[in-house]
Design a protein. Structure first.
Length: 200
C-alpha cells in the first residue's frame, strides 16, 4: 500500500519505512512532484498540517507529514520549529555540524541543559479528515557531539537512561525511543483503516 510522505529527507523516509514495513513510502521527488510549501506555521502541528495538506492537494492521495525539532529549556524552547534553519543567514542552511556548533556556542556556560526532541505528525485525507500525534524524546544537551549514527541534532542529545547520545543508538534502539518513532507507531494501527476510507 502506497503512503505519500511530505518530505525530502531520506533519513526520515528510512525511519518511517522501518516502522511501517507494510507500506511503500513515497517522497514527492520520487514522483517528480514539485513540492516546496511555505512552512509559516507557529507550531509543530501547524507546519505538519501545512505540508500534509499541500501534498494531498497535489496527489489527491492521503499524505503524512511531520514537523520536528529540538527544544532547549534554557533557550525558552529554541530552536523549536526553526531547528532546520537555526543559525542560517540569507536563506542559506547550515550543515548539520555547523548548526550543532552554533547551538553549542549559544549554550556555553549554561548549566541547565534539559532539552527534548519534539515530533508532530499529521496524516491528512481531505478537508474534514486528518489525524495528528505529537511525541517527545527527553534528554540532556551535551557540551560536545557524540556518536556518528542518526542525523541533525542527534549527536548533541544525551539520554541518561541509556547512557548514550541519540547518535550512539542503533537504528532499532532509535526507532523504539525516538520522538518520531513513538509518533509513527501511535499511528501505525490507524493508517490502514484511514487509507481504506479514502478509497472510492
Amino acid at each position: 500500500m502506497d503512503l505519500y510522505v511530505a518530505s525530502g529527507n531520506r533519513h526520515k523516509k528510512q525511519e518511517i519505512a522501518e516502522i511501517l514495513p507494510d507500506f511503500n513510502i513515497i517522497l514527492p521527488e520520487e514522483k517528480n512532484l514539485s513540492f516546496n510549501p511555505e512552512e509559516n506555521g507557529s507550531s509543530f502541528f501547524e507546519n505538519a498540517f501545512i505540508k500534509a495538506k499541500s501534498l494531498y492537494e497535489i496527489t489527491n492521495q492521503p499524505a503524512l507529514a511531520d514537523d520536528s525539532g529540538i527544544c532547549v529549556d534554557a533557550l525558552d524552547g529554541e530552536p523549536g520549529i526553526f531547528s532546520a534553519r537555526f543559525g542560517s543567514e540569507n536563506g542559506e542552511k547550515l550543515t548539520d555540524a555547523d548548526r550543532n556548533n552554533y547551538l553549542l556556542r549559544k549554550m556555553e556556560g549554561i548549566k541547565n541543559r534539559t532539552c527534548r526532541f519534539v515530533c508532530c505528525i499529521v496524516l491528512y485525507g481531505g478537508e474534514n479528515r486528518f489525524i495528528s500525534v505529537q511525541e517527545t524524546l527527553e534528554g540532556i544537551l551535551l557540551e560536545e557531539a557524540r556518536g556518528k549514527n542518526g542525523f541533525g541534532y542527534d549527536p548533541l542529545v544525551f539520554l541518561p537512561g541509556k547512557g548514550k547520545s541519540v547518535a550512539e543508538l542503533s537504528g532499532e534502539e532509535k526507532n523504539l525511543l525516538s520522538h518520531r518513532g513513538k509518533a509513527v507507531r501511535a499511528l501505525a494501527s490507524i493508517i490502514p483503516g484511514f487509507l481504506a476510507k479514502n478509497t472510492p
